[in-house]
Design a protein around this ligand. Structure first.
Ligand SMILES: *[C@@H]1O[C@H](CO)[C@@H](O)[C@H](O)[C@H]1NC(C)=O
Ligand SMILES: *[C@@H]1O[C@H](CO)[C@@H](O)[C@H](O)[C@H]1NC(C)=O
Ligand SMILES: *[C@@H]1O[C@H](CO)[C@@H](O)[C@H](O)[C@H]1NC(C)=O
Ligand SMILES: *[C@@H]1O[C@H](CO)[C@@H](O)[C@H](O)[C@H]1NC(C)=O
Ligand SMILES: *[C@@H]1O[C@H](CO)[C@@H](O)[C@H](O)[C@H]1NC(C)=O
Ligand SMILES: *[C@@H]1O[C@H](CO)[C@@H](O)[C@H](O)[C@H]1NC(C)=O
Ligand SMILES: *[C@@H]1O[C@H](CO)[C@@H](O)[C@H](O)[C@H]1NC(C)=O
Ligand SMILES: *[C@@H]1O[C@H](CO)[C@@H](O)[C@H](O)[C@H]1NC(C)=O
Ligand SMILES: *[C@@H]1O[C@H](CO)[C@@H](O)[C@H](O)[C@H]1NC(C)=O
Length: 892
């Protein structure tokens, strides 16, 4: 019998993908009827790895801008910048004189998004000197705008400002004019114009409009002649949502709400996520992504404490404008199902906005039922605050639990999402006051250029988690592009692309490296930790490693399981560095990293508290285990997740973080099988704080995973992680340890054994018997090729983690296409084009006798865990409930 693995032919793959595209369940809820994505300073079309849209260059296009009194120039983003590969930030149009883009428009409300990447494009255009205004459709969108000022505040490299404008039927064209201010120049990287659902933010003539704050019972209509500027759009209590996870409008829900909480709220409130089934009975299902409603922030579990504080956020805004505040609610707690169960009060800008907020009452007829999303709009005039300081003012949103127990069952409050828009003033102006140009500008500029040399991509949000099959494959050719992934970066304020520059003014005087990160990470008292672990009772130990023991415990009145890692005690010097390191680690928040919840440094203890990962380590599901074998697709998903986590470590943080101990026991799985990389940062810490006792040699890592180049040259690069990850890929494929000391010499090292088998064409013989016949040939080839390239002897020839993510996703596509093809062909009675074999293949024998070999499994018990240094422990944990789930990628 001929081997049944036959290469998939590309045109059928294309057809399949088109089918998937049409039938895919992840089709966006809203499809724009009008959209323009213009890549300024670029020529030709290019798909953006940032939002997966096709961006059209303005050069040689009908949208080429008209310049007045000079010509505009084109600039490429500095090559040192790691944003180089993300359209539309790669190129810019710059000019010392005015230029205008002209677009045909259809009637109705539209998003207009302006993308800026402030950088020094060439000697004529020093990034600190950009200063300009932008006018469109009769409104001043930005006034004396300096994009790099925005960067100071946001700590992000790029800036996106979003506006909502209405076009009347007689308005056939839109002119967007960039006018440099005295002595400055104007620039723009990208312009996006997209239709939106009618009256999404503007009011319907017959509608209710927004409640007028401070003027009881009156309503305010956001008229069509008013332009809105998005200032905040936040998935409260949850992770940021990236543009292509939105409902089709490419909105970004970012940054995390923690940044805006006051101290008490930060310490006491709890973010929640439930998998409640949502029923869009009250609002349109495109209003906000489900993830926004599935997550929220509540006050906590203790009603006495809840009554003692207001859950309060403060959002800096420009004074002398009016704002539209939209609060999104959904009762998601399965225990709260009836009206009056959870009633609370809402204050906005010190006015009572809701004396009796009761989500279930708002959403149901009979007062029974939950999971029904709703939002409420408030008109908040921040006018005539004349006596206030010049800079920004705050819009506060405060939730108060009822003080009297008889009024409600749970003295608690919840908020799921929030949007704040600025409304134009009576002159049609949206630009804030002229920002006081802070004298720290040069410093910041130099610091940021240094940062970019260090390859940080703080701003780009990684699309965490979800393999958006649809978007990924929307153009087959696109698969051939090297694709960067968005860094879904919920950490420190380098949150992607949002908001205006203007509220930067007061904050900008604050130094960088502000207190934000440390605030993000909760400090536990030793008493709390002891209570959670019954004074470090051994029965709670779930892992033991070189750094110390790992305990499972519950915090927050027993409501939240956590993994508590108690490091072996060290000097006080160590403790201080420990704290610095923790602050750095606590900024790293990503779907595919195990989140650090908090820490404790009391009485010389060094304790780290992590989210608990219910399904333990990846290895627990590969070999020497009672767990059932994982299906191939799931293994791919896990690899993709872990690769994203590592990619984020390498590029997403302020400085590159090299894990140094990538292995299958450091990849954990939450209850929904989402892969999370753990123990990052600790190995670095090891060299500074724990070196005396634990490290026998400077080379760190685990045998079997160790990059030979690193070993030889003792020079650490991120490519060492890539190497180790390659070994993990082999482990996943072959379900055997990275090192088996007792095995035959040529089989001892999995890396070598895989290389040899590949050379000899016997790779089929070493794969996990459970997978035999279940991997499409194309997928297997891609996977093996990728694993081998990761393990290239020469670090510089190994792919980046980003390439690895891409390669794995491609492999997954190949597998899914082949399977889908198989099913369709089974119905059509077997055309021969299927690259997949189901069931056993007699022609393929297996020489890798793993599980039946009792000698092997007994004697190799500890070998692969051998460490040169000490970062091993298999920490089991649980998913943070706030994380989003992995969508089922198998679109059929
Ligand atoms: C935008 O329009 C183009 C055609 O002009 C279409 O191919 C593309 O899918 C649209 N994008 C979105 C997000 O709908
Ligand atoms: C846009 O500018 C052109 C001239 O460049 C002008 O003819 C046209 O009326 C303007 N459109 C609008 C809507 O202002
Ligand atoms: C604004 O325009 C939309 C149609 O584009 C219409 O449905 C709505 O009623 C208008 N709003 C007001 C306040 O007139
Ligand atoms: C959204 O709602 C519309 C009707 O309002 C419905 O046709 C559509 O299927 C819904 N989409 C999703 C993804 O639920
Ligand atoms: C709630 O907190 C108060 C004050 O800290 C404490 O006295 C009380 O025991 C707590 N209640 C519960 C049920 O934990
Ligand atoms: C919450 O805020 C409101 C309005 O500012 C105030 O009246 C109330 O006393 C506050 N409640 C607590 C518990 O601080
Ligand atoms: C619901 O309430 C029960 C009983 O108080 C409790 O055991 C359970 O944990 C609660 N469920 C959630 C999701 O809070
Ligand atoms: C709200 O009250 C707080 C303290 O009572 C004050 O600092 C703040 O300025 C007030 N905000 C507004 C918008 O009046
Ligand atoms: C926004 O500007 C338009 C045109 O200048 C004006 O008619 C409208 O009243 C302004 N909106 C507000 C809220 O002042």
């Amino acid at each position: 019998m001929k081997p049944i693995f036959i290469p998939l032919n590309l045109s059928s793959l294309f057809l399949l993908i088109v089918t998937l595209l049409v039938a895919g369940e992840s089709a966006p809820i809203y499809s724009p009827t009008y959209n323009i994505t213009l890549n300024c300073g670029f020529s030709g079309d290019k798909v953006s790895a940032y939002d997966f849209q096709t961006w059209t260059g303005d050069i040689n296009s009908k949208f080429f801008p008209e310049a007045v009194g000079g010509t505009s120039q084109v600039g490429n983003a500095p090559p040192s910048s790691s944003l180089g590969s993300y359209v539309p930030f790669t190129t810019a149009r710059l000019s010392h004189s005015e230029f205008t883009y002209r677009f045909p428009v259809s009637p109705g409300q539209k998003f207009i998004r302006l993308y800026f990447f402030p950088a020094t494009y060439n000697a004529d255009f020093d990034s600190s000197k950009s200063l300009f205004s932008v006018k469109a459709g009769g409104y001043t969108l930005l006034k004396d705008f300096n994009a790099s000022l925005g960067r100071i505040y946001y700590n992000s490299e790029t800036l996106l400002t979003e506006f909502c404008l209405n076009f009347e039927p007689d308005q056939r064209s839109l002119n967007i004019t960039f006018t440099p201010s005295q002595g400055g120049y104007a620039f723009i990287n990208g312009i996006e114009i997209m239709s939106m659902p009618t009256n999404l933010y503007h009011s319907a003539a017959q509608g209710d409009g927004a409640s007028y704050l401070g003027s009881s019972d009156s309503r305010y209509l956001v008229k069509n002649n008013t332009a809105l500027q998005m200032i905040y759009r936040i998935n409260v209590g949850g992770n940021p949502v990236s543009p292509n996870e939105d409902t089709g409008m490419y909105r970004t829900w970012d940054p995390p709400d923690e940044f805006f909480l006051d101290d008490r709220s930060k310490n006491l409130s709890i973010s929640r996520r439930y998998n409640t089934h949502l029923n869009f009975a009250r609002i349109f299902n495109y209003t906000a992504p489900e993830e926004v409603y599935r997550t929220g922030r509540t006050m906590g579990g203790n009603s006495t404490i809840n009554k003692s504080y207001n859950l309060t956020w403060r959002f800096p805004v420009d004074p002398d404008f009016s704002y539209l505040v939209r609060l999104h609610f959904c009762e998601i707690d399965p225990n709260i199902t009836a009206a009056k169960d959870r009633m609370f009060q809402i204050f906005i800008a010190n006015f009572t906005a809701e004396p009796q907020a009761d989500i279930i009452h708002w959403t149901t007829e009979n007062g029974i039922g939950n999971g029904i999303p709703i939002y409420r709009d408030y008109f908040v005039p921040m006018l005539n605050l004349g006596t206030q300081k010049k800079g920004s003012v705050n819009i506060s949103v405060a939730l108060q639990a009822y003080q009297d127990d008889y009024l409600t069952r749970y003295n608690d409050a919840i908020l799921n999402g929030l949007e704040i828009f600025k409304l134009n003033d009576t002159d049609g102006n949206l630009g804030g006051p002229i920002p006081e140009l802070p004298n720290i500008t040069p410093k910041v500029a130099s610091e940021s250029s240094r940062n970019s040399k260090k390859k940080s991509i703080p701003m780009l949000a990684i699309l965490a988690g979800v393999v958006s099959v649809l978007l990924v494959v929307s153009v087959v050719g696109f698969l051939l592009f090297r694709r960067g992934r968005k860094v879904k970066d919920s950490n420190s304020s380098k949150a992607t692309k949002w908001g205006p520059y203007s509220f930067s003014t007061t904050k900008s005087t604050k130094s960088r490296g502000s207190s934000l990160p440390s605030d993000l990470c909760r400090h536990f008292s030793l008493a709390e930790i002891k209570a959670a672990t019954q004074n470090f009772n051994d029965v709670f130990i779930i892992g033991v490693g070189g750094f110390g023991n790992v305990y499972k415990g519950y915090v927050d009145d027993g409501s939240t399981p956590v993994a508590i890692k108690r490091l072996k005690p060290e000097s006080s010097q160590g403790a201080r560095e420990f704290k610095t390191e923790i602050e750095m680690l606590s900024q790293l928040r990503h779907l595919h990293l195990v989140s650090l919840v908090g820490y404790c440094t009391e009485q010389g203890e060094m304790i780290l508290v992590y989210d608990y990962m219910a399904r333990g380590t990846l290895r627990d599901h590969l070999y020497r285990t009672e767990n059932p074998p994982l299906p191939w697709e799931q293994r791919l998903q896990i690899c993709i997740g872990a690769a994203r986590g590592l990619h984020y470590l390498h590029t997403g943080a302020k400085r590159m973080i090299i894990h140094r101990d990538v292995k299958s026991t450091n990849i954990l799985l939450d209850e929904k099988w989402v892969a999370k990389v753990s123990d990052f940062g600790l190995s670095k810490m090891g060299t500074t704080t724990l070196s005396k006792t634990h490290i026998s040699t400077v080379v760190k890592g685990s045998f079997g995973y160790l990059d030979p180049e690193y070993y030889r040259r003792q020079q650490l690069t991120e490519k060492s992680d890539v190497y180790s990850f390659g070994v993990v890929l082999c482990e996943v494929l072959c379900a055997r340890p990275a090192l088996i000391r007792t095995a035959e010499k040529k089989q001892m090292s999995l890396a070598e054994w895989t290389k040899t088998s590949h050379r000899n064409g016997t790779i089929n013989q070493i794969i996990d018997p459970n997978l035999r016949g279940k991997i499409a040939a194309t997928c297997l080839n891609k996977f093996v090729e990728l694993a081998l390239s990761c393990m290239n002897d020469n670090g510089s020839e190994r792919p980046s983690m980003n390439d690895v993510v891409w390669g794995l996703e491609f492999a997954l596509q190949l597998q899914q296409s082949a399977e889908a093809m198989l099913y369709s062909n089974v119905e059509k009675e077997g055309e021969d084009e299927v690259a997949l074999m189901k069931g056993n293949d007699a022609g393929m024998s297996c020489s890798w006798e793993y599980s039946s070999d009792s000698k092997n499994s007994r004697t190799t018990k500890t070998s692969s865990d051998e460490q040169i240094s000490t970062t091993n422990e298999s920490m089991k944990g649980m998913s943070g409930t706030i994380f989003s789930e992995i969508k089922d990628p198998t679109v059929r």
